[in-house]
Design a protein around this ligand. Sequence first.
Ligand code: DGT
Ligand code: CA
Ligand code: CA
Length: 573
Amino acid sequence: MPVHNADVAALFEDVADLLAIQGENAFRIRAYRNAARTLNQLSRPVADLVAAGEDLSDLPDIGDDLAGKIATIVETGRLPLYDELAQDIPPSVADLLRIPGLGPKRVRRLRDALGVDSRAALKRAAETGKVQALDGFGETMEQNILDGLAQMSDDARWLLARVEPIVASLHDHVSAHDAVERVDAAGSYRRRKETVGDLDVLALADDGPAVTEHFAAYEDVAETLSQGDTRASVRLRSGLQVDLRVVPPKSYGAALLYFTGSKAHNVALRDRAVAAGLKLNEYGAFRDDTEKRVAGTTEDDIYDLFDLPYIVPELRENRGELDAAADGTLPDLVTRADLRGNLHTHTTYSDGLHSLEEMAAAAQTRGLEYLAITDHSPAVAVVQGLDADALRAQMDAIDRLNEDLDDLRVLKGIEVDILKDGSLDLPDAVLADLDLCLCALHTALDLDEETQTERVLRALDNPHVHVLAHPTGRRINERPPIEIDLDRVMEAAADRGCVLELNAQPERLDLSDVHCRRAKELGLPLVIGADAHSTDGLDVLRYGVDQARRGWLEADDVLNTKPWADIAPVFDR
Ligand code: DGT
Ligand code: CA
Ligand code: CA
C-alpha cells in the first residue's frame, strides 16, 4: 500500500485537530503540526526512509515517539491514536475547523451546547439564530459562519504537488504490466495547472482488457467506478478520481492531444481541422471525404498537419497559442535549469526549519549561484520575527558565511511586513543596508480594494523595497486572494523599479498564470521565489516555473535567471 508523505502529514494534522477540539495542551498539538510540516517539506518518500531502516528521529521536529508512529502508518496505513480520537470526535466535527473564524474552542462549544456535528448541522443552527445566542459568538460571528459555509465548496481541487507522488506510484504500477509500452498522465496535470480536478491517464497497449483489469487491481484503489475493455475509472484511497484509457499505437498521439486538452484548445484545433477538410478526434485525424487516416501516432504529426510547430501542454489553453504557433511567435518558455538563484528563503532566525548554513549548503547542492535570506519581521505574530538588532546580527553571520563560500553568494534580505497603514515593520536605516528587501502582507487581509491597493502602493513608495512577495495572499483551497487592483500595483511597481514575486509554494502559486502574463504585457519582470522554509523547500521552485510557463514567461522575463551581478542594480533603487 503506497503511503505518501502527504498522507502521513494529513493524518498528523487530523490528530492535531482532534486534540485541539478535546482541549489538549498546545505543546502536544504543535508537535503534530510541526511533524506534518516536516513531512510535507521532505523531498524523499518517508516510506522509503522507513524501508531503508533510517532513523526518522533525525528529521527536524520528529522525536522517537513520532518516528514510531510514522513507521506504524507506513507499515499498516493506520494510526491507532487517530482511530481512538475519531471514536469521540467524528471527522465531520473536525471539518468545522476549516470554516474561517472557528477554532477548536468554538467547535467544542458548538458541539457541547448545540449538538452541532457537521457543516449541515452548523448551517441549520446558524440560520435559526441559535449560534448568535451562544456566549462568545454573537450576530457578526453567526453571519461570518454562514458566509464561510457558502464559500466552501465540497469539491475542492487537488494541488498539483499533492497529485505528483500519487501519479508517480500509479505510473509505476500501470507501466509494470507487460502489455504496456508507455504511460502518460494527461489532462490538467500534464498542462501543469496549479490544481487538478481528476487525473486522466493514458496507457499505450494493444491488449485493453488486460490493462484495465490490471489498473483496477492497483492496491491504492478504493473503489472502481467503471471498467470496460479500453477504459476504466477508479477512486483512489486519497479520494482522487483517475480515468484510464488504453490506446493502440496508431491513435496514441491523437488520444494524448485530446485528453491533454484543454477542452478550449481542442475545440479551437478542431475548428482548424474542419476548415482544412479534416476530422480530428481522439482516434486520429481523418480526411473528411474519404475517412482516410492522415495522422494520429504522435502529437507532432497532428500539429504538423496544420503547419504548426509543437505546442507544449502548458500553453494549451486557447489563449492565443494557436495563432502564435502559426505566426512563429511562440514563447521560448523559461525552464527550471534557467534559474540561477532563489530570492526568498527562511531560516531558523524566524520560522524556517534549517539554519543559515544548512540552507546555503542546500542551495549549493541544487546548483544555485545566489540565495537571498529573507526571514520575517516581528509583525508576523504567528512566528518569531527579526527586529533591527537581530537582523544586523544575521547580516554579520551572512558576511562570515560568505567568506567561506566559493560558488554561492548569500544575500542579505528580509521579508518585511507591510503594516496596516502601508508603512514597514522595520526602520529604513536597517533596510538600507540589505542586498534586497521583500515586502509582504500577512495581516489585515480583508481591507477593501481601494484601501488595500493604496496600502501596498505606499509600501512600494519606500525606496528600500524591491519585491512584493506573494502579491495576492491567496492560499489555494484555504484563503481567497485579497481584494487588490493588481494592474495598478504592477504599473506602480514598474514605475518605481520594483518587481513582483511569483511565489512558488504549491498552495500559493501567487501570482496566477494569468497575472504572470499580464506582468509580461506590462513589461514588469518577476522573480520566482521558493519561499523555502527548509532545505527541501528549495525544490518547489519548479512549481513556480510551471506556473511561469503557463503565463508565457521566457527566461528574460524572470530576474533570477540572470547572474546576480547583472540584476544587482535592480536591487539598488
Ligand atoms: P480538470 O480535470 O478539471 O483539472 O481538467 P482537465 O483539463 O483534466 O479536464 P477533464 O478531466 O474533464 O478532461 C480531460 C481532457 O479531455 C480535457 O482537458 C480535454 C478533453 N475533453 C474533455 N471533455 C471534452 C469535450 O467535451 N470536448 C473536447 N474537445 N475535449 C474534451
Ligand atoms: Ca482531468
Ligand atoms: Ca477526466
